[in-house]
Design a protein around this ligand. Structure first.
Ligand code: GTP
Ligand code: MG
Length: 399
């Protein structure tokens, strides 16, 4: 008898090496995990087998189909073994805690084997040119259910199938991790930079009716005036003088925060209002909500932008997370007669799926600066965060 050692990153792979080299009739003397798998490095399993001196290494050449069948059958045997073996041992000598540990270990071996089977099926389906490998189906279904635009989804799937390292495909978690990293790289974020005097920032907030422009302005005014590392002077202008109650809404917030506010009816007054507030670090401008199809209202905003001002007026398009992708694109296109600089999303608390937001950012390449996550002023506002967005795409259970 001679002892031979085989090592590989997983138990299944090590076992496969044994079987490829020596066939099925071997005696496994010991098997252990030599090194645990970490995020950055592979694990190492070792299997020691006893062989007869005269057993020669197998060198059979098989065609592809035979190879696949062999993988399948050895995997199937492996499953049988993992199911049968622990029962004997548990009955004989293990304490309840040890039993649980042992079971856990066996289950993880079983999971490993199932993944191996999946990968084998991928081998087969790939040969038959199936478009979506089975191990991608979870990630595909999650992204689709999140409201991501189907063209983006197909494109991202195609690229992943082409470029994802083969090793990563065998495990559901590594596939998800790969996807997370990939999608994260595609999300443009406008990082918040606190301005320093003498610089000034003038921000106009535009968007459809009722998305939360006024509420977001109140939250941002509080943030800039009281919540950042240094306090800033903040002034507010409202151009929304048409509707009953609109001015009062913002006036109330401004009064509570002790911030100056100007109301403006036409572009000439606008220049004056900007000048009155010029000693402020931030000037936030509220506008009347417009349906994306009301071109006249949007055009009117453009005339305000053409006035002379001491700093550039950045246009922030405010959109609701509850709007589906097709409508978001429609809104974006119609508001694009204004020079949109940044996007802000509201009502992220009213939905659990953010694939529509992801797709809009990807399609327009416009950066997102803030997420509004509830009605509370000033607390329900966060700086935009790719991980937060990805929670609404990848971290959900499928129904
Ligand atoms: N759940 C939730 N509600 C929000 C959020 N932001 C705003 N709202 C609510 O949405 C409603 C409309 O908010 P407004 O700030 O008045 O919206 P607006 O865009 O200024 O509306 P118009 O000026 O009429 O176009 C209010 O009831 C807000 O409390 C949010 O992030 N989550
Ligand atoms: Mg409003």
């Amino acid at each position: 008898m001679k002892l031979k050692t085989f090592t590989a990153p997983t138990y299944t792979e090590a076992l496969k090496k044994v079987k490829d080299a020596l066939g099925d009739d071997v005696i496994i003397v010991s098997s252990k995990e030599v090194k645990k798998k970490t995020l950055t490095s592979e694990g190492l399993y070792e299997i020691v087998v006893a062989v007869e001196e005269d057993v020669s290494l197998k060198e059979e050449k098989k065609n592809n189909v035979e190879e696949v069948m062999l993988k399948l059958s050895s995997a199937a045997k492996e499953i049988n073994k993992t199911i049968k073996e622990p029962v004997k041992e548990i009955k004989n000598k293990l304490s309840p805690e040890e039993e649980i540990l042992k079971l856990k270990e066996e289950f993880s071996k079983l999971a490993d084997t199932i993944k191996f089977l999946q990968a084998t099926i991928w081998d087969m389906s790939h040969k038959e040119n199936l478009e979506l490998p089975p191990e991608f189906s979870e990630i595909y279904a999650l992204s689709k259910a999140s409201g991501m635009y189907y063209r983006h989804l197909d494109e991202i799937m195609k690229l992943s199938i082409q470029y994802m390292p083969f090793k990563m495909r065998k495990n559901r978690e590594t596939i998800k991790r790969y996807f997370h990293t990939l999608l994260k790289k595609m999300i443009p974020i406008r990082v918040e930079r606190e301005i320093k005097p003498p610089h000034k920032k003038i921000m106009m907030f535009v968007g459809p009716t009722g998305v939360g422009k006024t509420t977001t302005i109140a939250k941002l005014a509080a943030r800039y005036a009281y919540k950042l590392s240094s306090r800033h002077k903040v002034g507010i202008i409202t151009l929304d003088t048409y509707r009953i109650g609109a001015v009062e809404q913002l006036m109330t917030y401004a009064k509570m925060m002790k911030l100056p506010i100007e109301t403006v009816v036409d572009p000439n007054d606008f220049e004056e209002a900007l000048n009155t507030l010029r000693h402020n670090d931030y000037i936030l401008i509220d506008t009347v909500g417009s349906s994306q199809h009301d071109k006249e209202k949007i055009e009117k905003l453009k005339t305000f932008l053409s006035v002379d001002s001491f700093a550039e007026i950045s246009v922030n398009l405010v959109l609701s997370a509850v709007t589906k992708y097709e409508d978001l694109i429609d809104i974006y296109k119609n508001f694009s007669i204004l020079p949109i600089d940044t996007l802000i999303f509201t009502k992220l608390d009213e939905t659990k799926t953010y694939g529509n937001i992801f797709s809009l950012l990807l399609e327009t390449k416009k950066p997102v600066s803030y997420f509004s996550i509830g009605q509370e002023v000033p607390d329900d506002l966060i700086v935009a965060d790719a991980n937060y967005l990805l929670k609404g795409i990848l971290d959900k259970e499928l129904n």
